[in-house]
Design a protein around this ligand. Structure first.
Ligand code: FHN
Length: 495
């Protein structure tokens, strides 16, 4: 009896200790008010070279590709009015008869004979993308790699070849980092459920699904070691949110398997079902993954977080949709604006492409790649490796900064061609020279006496010469010089 009690307390102590250590590992700060076992894994941003590389990307490409590219939002002269990659969920009287079973057989026709991974990668490179996020499996469950855990894969299509491998190899060869998009939602797996299992049979089925998901993730990392990260999606279901202990462990396991792996904030929820940020407000991943088709209106919304924003060219179509006539299609100009908006707030912009069922990239997307690429060719210095400039946003466009260079990407040049920038007196440095990034021609830079008031800024003027006619947004580079406070060389008025 004594022995039994002792053994019991020993085991209990081990369990308690394990839990304590575990909690300590996850509950990273003494200041956190809510004790969490499955909260954020870190209290501050990653500083390793891989994460720094991620921060410097600026521009990325997203690719949504799968069986949904065959119908392209339409079937038998009927139009599906949602996002084309969701077409499997088409229901109601206006949908084609037996639609789901038709959809589930479409993979037998998936034969993208025009697909050339190397051409896609070259096009992305032309555009200036530094990373690509590729849909290995979207919500329909169709795998673009020959997963050994399901038959619903590329291996059982007429195409047969491993598309994920082709993408990883081709993009890597162009120096573009690859991130594997993976949907937790899987409409094809019999154990998948969006709602919390209600009985033992449901629970057993869901356990099978969890095991399957884990297997597939390990399989992906194993097969594609060149991938730099996993980009999770479809993780909002009540059933998945409830799996905090499992997902917490799985995230650790994936990171151990693949040192340096980058995972955003969409993978898992904490003990209380909070996603992206845990109940103590700490980010649950390496970067904030909450910006989709929308950019933060103000820097305060992203604070010092790492983040990326994924952007469709039409309002909300990720997969191929054969009809782009009925909605506004963002122009290369719009996307350049969004790119600079994102980068000026420490974010990356990821532009989505949705190739068709044969593997062609549509002309409109090609046009974006070519035009944005031409712009990037000239102006990339204002994008790659730059950060938030810590200056108020000017009406002319966006500031970005790198070392002693301050870039102003001008989208709105006033009719008087005068660009007046405001530098707070406590900024620590001030512009000493200005030139156009496109041709490095110097621009006259003047400090402007704005009179006497309580304004805490110093103003600098640059007038754009009459002969400079910009068809596109252009960049002014200001060289910044440390201010010598003793000399008061910024002509501060005594007010
Ligand atoms: O439902 C998906 C959608 O189809 C698309 O994949 C986007 C991309 O971020 N994610 C989901 C919606 O948030």
């Amino acid at each position: 009896m004594k022995f039994c009690c002792r053994t019991f307390s020993f085991v209990a102590a081990i369990i308690l200790n394990m839990n304590f250590a575990y909690a300590q590992q996850n509950d990273n700060s003494k200041n956190d008010t809510i004790p969490l076992r499955y909260g954020a894994h870190r209290i501050s941003a990653r500083k390793d070279t891989m994460m720094q590389r991620w921060r410097d990307y600026g521009l990325g490409q997203f690719i949504h590709w799968g069986v949904y590219a065959i119908p392209g939002g339409h079937w038998e002269n009927k139009t599906y009015h949602g996002a084309s990659e969701w077409i499997r969920t088409w229901s109601g009287p206006a949908s084609p008869k037996d639609w789901k079973s038709i959809y589930d057989q479409l993979y037998k026709q998936f034969n993208p004979v025009s697909f050339k991974a190397s051409e896609w990668a070259k096009q992305a490179k032309t555009m200036g993308a530094k990373y690509v996020i590729f849909t290995t499996k979207h919500h329909d469950g169709f795998c673009l790699w020959p997963s050994k855990y399901t038959n619903y894969t590329i291996a059982n299509t007429p195409y047969r070849k491993d598309i994920v491998k082709e993408i990883v190899e081709a993009y890597d060869a162009e120096g573009i980092d690859v991130y594997l998009y993976f949907s937790i939602i899987d409409w094809n797996h019999s154990g998948y459920s969006s709602s919390i299992p209600k009985n033992q049979a449901d629970s057993m089925a869901y356990e099978r699904f969890k095991k399957f998901t884990r297997n597939q993730l390990i399989e992906l990392l194993d097969r594609y070691p060149k991938a730099k990260g996993l980009w999770f999606d479809g993780s909002w279901d009540a059933a998945w949110i409830k799996q905090a202990a499992f997902t917490n462990e799985l995230e650790k396991e994936l990171r151990e398997l693949h040192p340096g792996l980058i995972i955003g904030s969409r993978f898992r929820a904490d003990d209380y079902g909070k996603r992206h940020f845990d109940s103590n407000g700490r980010m649950m991943g390496d970067y904030e993954q909450g910006w989709e088709r929308k950019l933060p209106a103000h820097i305060d919304l992203v604070k010092t977080n790492d983040w990326d924003a994924v952007m469709t060219i039409p309002p909300n179509q990720w997969g191929y949709n054969s009809d782009w006539q009925s909605s506004y299609i963002k122009t290369p100009y719009d996307l350049t604006d969004m790119l600079m908006h994102a980068v000026s707030m420490n974010g990356n912009l990821v532009i989505n492409f949705g190739p068709d069922g044969k593997g062609n990239i549509r002309d409109e997307e090609d046009n974006v790649a070519v035009k944005l690429g031409a712009w990037m060719d000239i102006n990339h210095e204002a994008v790659y490796g730059t950060t938030y400039a810590n200056l108020p946003k000017p009406d002319y466009g966006y500031f970005t900064k790198k070392d002693n260079k301050l870039f102003l990407t001008v989208f709105n040049l006033p009719l008087n061609r005068l660009v007046r920038i405001a530098i707070p007196k406590n900024f620590g440095s001030a512009p000493s020279k200005a030139n156009l990034l496109s041709n490095m021609n110097p621009l006259a830079l003047k400090r402007t006496d704005m009179g006497l008031d309580r304004d805490q800024n110093i103003y600098y003027d640059v007038t754009i010469p009459d002969h400079f006619h910009a068809k596109d947004p252009f960049v002014i580079v200001f060289e910044l010089k440390q201010l010598d406070k003793d000399k008061k060389d910024y002509g501060d008025s005594k007010i």
